[in-house]
Design a protein around this ligand. Sequence first.
Ligand code: FES
Ligand SMILES: [Fe+2]
Length: 495
Amino acid sequence: MLTHAENETLCRVGRDTPMGKVMRRYWHPIAASDQLPTPDSDPLRVTLLGEKLVVFRDSAGKVGVLEENCMHRGASLALGRVEDGGIRCLYHGWKFGTDGTIQETPNNPDPRLRQRLKQPCHPVREEGGIIWTALVSKGQQTPVFRRYSFMDTQPDHRLVLRINVKANYLQLWEGGADSSHVGILHSDAARPGWLTDEAVRDDRASNPANLAVPDNAPTFEVEDTEYGFHYAAMRRLPGPDGSLRVTNIRVVPLIMPYVRIIPAPNSFYHVFEVPEDDTSTATYIVIHGYSKPNVREIMKILALDDPRYYNPETRDLLMSWDNQFGQDRKAMKSSHWTGLGGVEREDAAVSLSMGAIYDRTKEHLVAADGAVMRLRRRLLDCVRAVEASEEPLGARTRMPRFRGDGRTSAITMKFRRRPPSDARRCPTNRIALRGAGRWPLCDALRSRRASWSHGQWAGGRSRRRESIQRPVAGPRTLDHPFGGGYHRCRACAGR
Ligand code: FES
Ligand SMILES: [Fe+2]
């Protein structure tokens, strides 16, 4: 539970709010590149952290992010013409370049005005199929641009989705820190045998909710990192003697201020919950892996394949109480847990159902919410850091790297307890470790602590050394080739 003041601190993102100041220390996705597919595409009217902006691609393909209202007398540039290397305001024809320079002022022939003034604008990068910007306050340095592994993947191995949801970013992001909901809210994707209580595993390789173990009360290990924290959710099954043994470990990094990385059997899902304002969020999901993404399968899993509830042009999620979120009550009786189609619509629906900003003074947290509590604590750490004129978490640190081009990286993690012996015996884990290349070289190795890759036990000390000396391409024949599959391997699936 939070106090009202803490809740306000975490949720409000305007320029003069504590969290707004934190957010302005990072770069943010502002559009998917394919929203401006060609030079001189139609401009986009966007909101980021409560600020109204226009994004356009000029005739040379360069992207500009300008304040929306024309500096002359305030008409929206989103109505403007994109032509001849700039964007032209409809009202009196002032034309601006991507860097805000005034190129033409038809109603004012004096060139000195053009030299003296500039339309307010923001820095732009285009990487990984996303257009990024930073809202830098006066007197502040431009933040460090953080590189994610999907930026180094070949473009056709990557899928970038954007979904606009009318809810506060924290509601959506807390869902990412909450592993215990996966096997319940996403029952159809996580444990398709739920209706008959059978232990059936979903066989879709792109499924980020693909749990191998129907244990809905996972235990957690949570560890702080430079970028925020990561957690391991451990799920158990009864062994031959009836005692519960950990057979499934799912590790998720939570990267300040709103990023998470979710493992699927054949890929990683980087998810960004970008606050448009206090009550709207642009969710970006970037999927990358060894092979080309199976777009049809992914859209089906996420339930974004139904134009009644997701508009692929505007990227708006069309769900509210007005249409009962599109919930199919009949299907709920016979075949579907939520009646909400699939993973993204399910996540968004529960967040939307809380209201635009949930009042966290009313909640009742349990042990399974441990990672949610840590997320809030780490965000408040960021607030305190900025108040003390320090950098917030992860603003200058390297991101965890997951590569979809045959090499991979691993998150390592110190466990308070000894790793489960079952996991250490798993033969596939050893193969997966070799696929992990040089990345297990980490503090855990140096100090000989227990080390886990992204979801799997990273093997004994000698094997770790081998992986460092001889990095090899990931084994393509495995279900989980990244060394990071988070479910039980094939070799022990029958045990
Ligand atoms: S308001 Fe834009 S040119 Fe006058
Ligand atoms: Fe979810």
